[in-house]
Design a protein around this ligand. Structure first.
Ligand SMILES: Nc1nc2c(ncn2[C@@H]2O[C@H](COP(=O)(O)OP(=O)(O)OP(=O)(O)O)[C@@H](O)[C@H]2O)c(=O)[nH]1
Ligand SMILES: [Mg+2]
Length: 198
């Protein structure tokens, strides 16, 4: 952070032919801002606000006691995935009180990466429902926190009630390579859906 970006990273490459809007979604404190920050080749735009005691009753800090801020509107970043494809990443807040923002954020998006935490899997249903209501395809990435339980894939699929075709991967949102693999799983899924006969 704070480093001067090389100009070839600051501007979109001339070879880029396709730009795609992707949503990064998930419940409170699941690691959305961290993932966009780890992946973005430009300084990510953030809308963090300090959390106050008033929010304690609504935003549960179990498992993330060091958290002092929360996203109040969106995260934004950019990732050039190949010579001709650039992804624009929009992190959308998952708390119910922010769902009105979704109508704007979801417009024009091709798909979403749903981040989930195995300590609070049931909290992922809200965002998955919002995506399904909007017909947006998604992949699920478990953000593996150090002290969170690890479950076999089949159990996770069942607990999250995923369709057999929905990609499910594990990532560390702090790690750019791992986060990029999760996004690539989503993009490959979106491409395969696009190529399906109608
Ligand atoms: N151990 C560990 N901590 C992580 C990981 N990802 C995020 N964190 C931490 O978890 C906390 C929450 O991360 P954020 O990126 O702010 O989560 P968020 O989903 O943007 O949160 P809201 O915008 O408030 O909903 C931060 O303190 C991160 O440093 C991870 O993969 N492993
Ligand atoms: Mg955030």
């Amino acid at each position: 952070m704070g480093s001067v970006l090389a100009s070839d990273q600051l501007y979109v490459r001339e070879t880029v032919r396709q730009s795609v809007k992707i949503l990064i979604v998930g419940h409170f404190a699941v690691g959305k801002t961290t993932l966009v920050g780890a992946l973005s080749e430009i300084r990510p735009l953030r809308t963090e606000e300090r959390m106050t005691q008033a929010g304690e009753a609504v935003d549960h800090l179990a498992g993330v006691p060091a958290k002092t801020t929360t996203t109040v509107a969106m995260d934004f970043g950019r990732l050039t995935l190949s010579d001709d494809l650039v992804l624009y990443l929009f992190g959308a807040p998952g708390q119910q009180r922010f769902t009105h923002l979704w109508n704007d954020l979801a417009r024009g998006a091709l798909g979403a990466l749903v981040l989930a935490d195995t300590r609070r899997l049931e909290e992922s249903f809200g965002v998955m429902t919002l995506l399904e209501e909007r017909g947006l395809p998604y992949a699920v990435a478990i953000n593996q926190f150090d002290d969170a339980p690890v479950f076999p894939e089949e159990e996770l699929r069942e607990a999250l009630d995923l369709l057999p075709t929905t990609p499910l991967v594990t990532c560390d949102a702090r790690d750019p390579a791992s986060s990029a693999s999760a996004l690539i799983a989503l993009v490959e899924y979106l491409i395969s859906k696009h190529q399906e006969p109608a």
